[in-house]
Design a protein around this ligand. Structure first.
Ligand code: SF4
Ligand code: SF4
Length: 57
């Protein structure tokens, strides 16, 4: 499991990229994309201004 980005809510601001401690997020075509190195810390969820990121069970 890893953080999931709602592509409709993401505006590509990059705040999640900067806060991620393991550099798991990149901006691709102005949307955040999370790779498998995500450790589910939740930092990006709190940082996102549009609540685009969620962690699911
Ligand atoms: S949950 Fe943590 S490790 Fe995963 S993408 Fe967000 S900031 Fe990075
Ligand atoms: S912080 Fe939210 S809106 Fe900004 S790039 Fe990340 S997921 Fe998208």
């Amino acid at each position: 499991m890893k953080a999931a980005v709602d592509q409709e809510k993401c505006m590509g601001c990059g705040l999640c990229v900067d806060i991620c401690p393991v550099e798991a997020i990149q901006i691709v075509d102005e949307k955040a994309v999370v790779d498998d190195s995500c450790i589910e810390c939740g930092a990006c969820i709190d940082e996102c201004p549009t609540e685009a990121i969620t962690l699911q069970d």
